[in-house]
Design a protein around this ligand. Structure first.
Ligand SMILES: Cc1cc2nc3c(=O)[nH]c(=O)nc-3n(C[C@H](O)[C@H](O)[C@H](O)COP(=O)(O)OP(=O)(O)OC[C@H]3O[C@@H](n4cnc5c(N)ncnc54)[C@H](O)[C@@H]3O)c2cc1C
Ligand SMILES: NC(=O)C1=CN([C@@H]2O[C@H](COP(=O)(O)OP(=O)(O)OC[C@H]3O[C@@H](n4cnc5c(N)ncnc54)[C@H](OP(=O)(O)O)[C@@H]3O)[C@@H](O)[C@H]2O)C=CC1
Ligand SMILES: CC(C)=CCC[C@@H](C)[C@H]1CC[C@H]2C3=C(CC[C@]12C)[C@@]1(C)CC[C@H](O)C[C@@H]1CC3
Length: 502
């Protein structure tokens, strides 16, 4: 590590990054949060958001017109800076393309009669759960990191431990309001322009700009009754995971954490408002251990059933960014740290990205892996073995989800719903011969062969041909042709491949 640092300052920033993070980034993240909440509160109290929406739409149409008047020589993307986004890298293309500013951060309408919430694309998951939970509602799939945006989750994808029941984030969307590259606005749904509607998820802003979405909402209870089932072999892990996923009375939430190849905990949850007081565990409080360490402790002690407040459950991986913060702040669970500064956790992902040096980035690039691979559930065991042999990173995140046969870039590839599993790999590989490009390409090939998909917020090293083999472009190509997108937007591959990102 030290060999890679160019200067003493860099050496300190790499090896003692926690000093910078806890004394500088944590307070800054808190100020950022206070600013956001105050702004939201003022907008909410003034109830100004719905009235402003049309004005904001006109502003985007004006920017598209400006692009056309300028000769349309560059392609377009959103103006959201790369450091603010929820992926490891920053997009290269932001500086060379025409940037369209989409400053749309409001919840527009909560309609409990028709059971939907209308939101603008920059609304975050933290903001949405804070809006809906007090009203007794939630969206059926609420991806767990607070700062994920609706726009990013629609144009990329979103998943949660309820996805085995409700599918991916795209499957809870009723319609999309989109600005096309000729400046016109379309409101598409399954009934109104289904081709466009089904092409939008995973398209990464290459068909148009998202302006608002109607998302399904469902009634929410105050707690999740969470049951932990430790398993001590890979066979058992896969068996319990599948049994719980297909259980007749259906669990509302399912998630697995593998702590080694043969040791894991499968969790199943259901909403409830009736609790046994002594089993209530508000895991989101500042002094509570990180969720993944709490789960691992189930091998040693503690009740195998707990009642977790709803928002604490939804954002259970936010405070430790799954287990990624453990590398940066290894004493994150220490009571003294929690008492002095730990109550401000976590630092914002955006600020971590903004302040990482070239050397830290290189270190992560060469000695770290952040990937989510989506594989058919019947291939779970061999997939875990593949990851074990290729990278040996634990914990491993397992999350089942339903894929529908509906057309689009990602679907079940059959005529019916199929069950898949998201295998999330975040951390430092423990095999001796890890090589970022070769190892990732090896895993990508495996995923293609089992007819799986790669999540595209992460680095993809696939070639264009391999990418087209993994993602079904037939409808996407047709829709791009129809709306003359080629001049206006790049293809998805040109936005997500490794060379498009630094
Ligand atoms: C009918 C309705 C319409 C609304 N319309 C709008 C609107 O037009 N525009 C808009 O921006 N908001 C809107 N909101 C959302 C409102 O701004 C949020 O409820 C607000 O963020 C919560 O602030 P609070 O002071 O009410 O709750 P608090 O009690 O401060 O927050 C509740 C919990 O949520 C957490 N929290 C609050 N905000 C966030 C966040 N952004 N990220 C992560 N955690 C958070 C707090 O830390 C706390 O734990 C609407 C809400 C409702 C019910
Ligand atoms: N649990 C989960 O599901 C998790 C998901 N993720 C991933 O994180 C990403 C979301 O992160 P986030 O920071 O919110 O999003 P990003 O800013 O990273 O946006 C993702 C893509 O969506 C495009 N996009 C965003 N908003 C619009 C819009 N209004 N109109 C057109 N295109 C738009 C962006 O285009 P452009 O490049 O032009 O800005 C970009 O290509 C997703 O890819 C998701 O899969 C990450 C962690 C957890
Ligand atoms: C649950 C799903 C589908 C994905 C979870 C992905 C997250 C674990 C990653 C998404 C963005 C990642 C970043 C980092 C850690 C892992 C993620 C949160 C860093 C904070 C790691 C440290 C670097 O210096 C900055 C990274 C920014 C992105």
């Amino acid at each position: 590590m030290a060999a890679q640092a160019d200067s003493l300052f860099e050496y300190v920033l790499i090896n003692y990054r926690w000093i910078f993070v806890i004394f500088f980034l944590l307070p800054l993240s808190l100020l950022f949060e206070i600013f956001n909440c105050t702004r939201n509160w003022i907008v909410f109290k003034l109830s100004s958001a719905p009235k402003q929406h049309e004005k904001k739409v006109r502003n985007i149409q004006r920017q598209i017109k400006e692009w056309r008047n300028s000769g349309a020589n560059q392609q377009m993307c959103t103006a959201r800076p790369g450091w603010q986004t929820m992926s490891f890298r920053q997009a290269r293309y932001k500086s060379s393309m025409f940037n369209v500013n989409i400053n749309m951060v409001d919840v527009l309408e909560v309609n409990v009669e028709k059971q939907y919430v209308r939101v603008e694309p920059m609304v975050t998951m933290g903001q949405l759960s804070a809006t809906l939970a007090p009203l007794g509602w939630t969206i059926p799939v609420l991806p767990e990191i607070d700062d994920l945006t609706v726009g990013g989750l629609v144009m990329g994808t979103g998943i949660e431990s309820s996805s085995h029941k409700f599918g991916l984030f795209q499957h809870i969307c009723r319609n999309f309001e989109i600005a096309l590259c000729d400046g016109s606005i379309i409101n598409c749904s399954k009934d109104n322009d289904p081709d466009l509607f089904y092409s939008i998820p995973w398209s990464h802003g290459t068909l148009g700009f998202l302006l608002s979405v109607n998302l399904d909402i469902i009634p929410a209870e105050k707690y999740i009754k969470l049951e932990y089932e430790p398993v001590t072999s890979l066979k058992d892990a896969c068996e319990v995971f599948k049994r719980q996923t297909y259980k007749k009375d259906n669990n509302q939430f399912i998630e697995g954490l593998m702590f080694s190849k043969d040791k894991g905990v499968i969790m199943t949850g259901n909403m409830t408002s009736q609790v046994e007081e002594h089993l209530v565990n508000p895991i989101g409080r500042w002094y509570k251990p990180w969720f993944f360490t709490h789960v691992e402790s189930k091998f040693r002690n503690g009740s195998k059933v707990e009642y977790i407040p709803l928002r604490d459950y939804y954002h259970r991986h936010t405070k430790s960014l799954f287990w990624e913060l453990n590398d940066i702040i290894p004493f994150g669970n220490n009571p003294l740290f929690r008492y002095l500064l730990g109550w401000m956790m976590p630092p914002k992902v955006a600020l971590l990205k903004l302040t990482q040096t070239a050397a830290t980035k290189k270190l992560y690039e060469q000695n770290h892996i952040i990937q989510d691979m989506l594989v058919p559930i019947e291939r779970l065991e061999e997939s875990i073995l593949k990851f074990h042999n290729a990278v040996r990173v634990y914990p491993l995140w397992l999350c089942p989800f339903k894929l529908t046969p509906e057309p689009g870039l990602v679907n079940s590839r059959t005529s019916k719903d199929e069950m898949y599993v998201d295998i999330g790999v975040y951390g430092v590989p423990k095999i001796s011969n890890f090589k970022a490009v070769e190892s990732t390409r090896d895993i990508e090939e495996f995923v293609r062969n089992v007819k799986g998909y790669q999540m595209l917020y992460a680095d993809t090293y696939t070639t264009r041909e391999e990418f087209r083999e993994m993602f079904n472009h037939s409808l996407y190509d047709k829709v791009r042709e129809r709306f003359q997108c080629n001049r206006a937007f790049p293809e998805v591959y040109d936005k997500v491949n490794k060379n498009a990102r630094i």
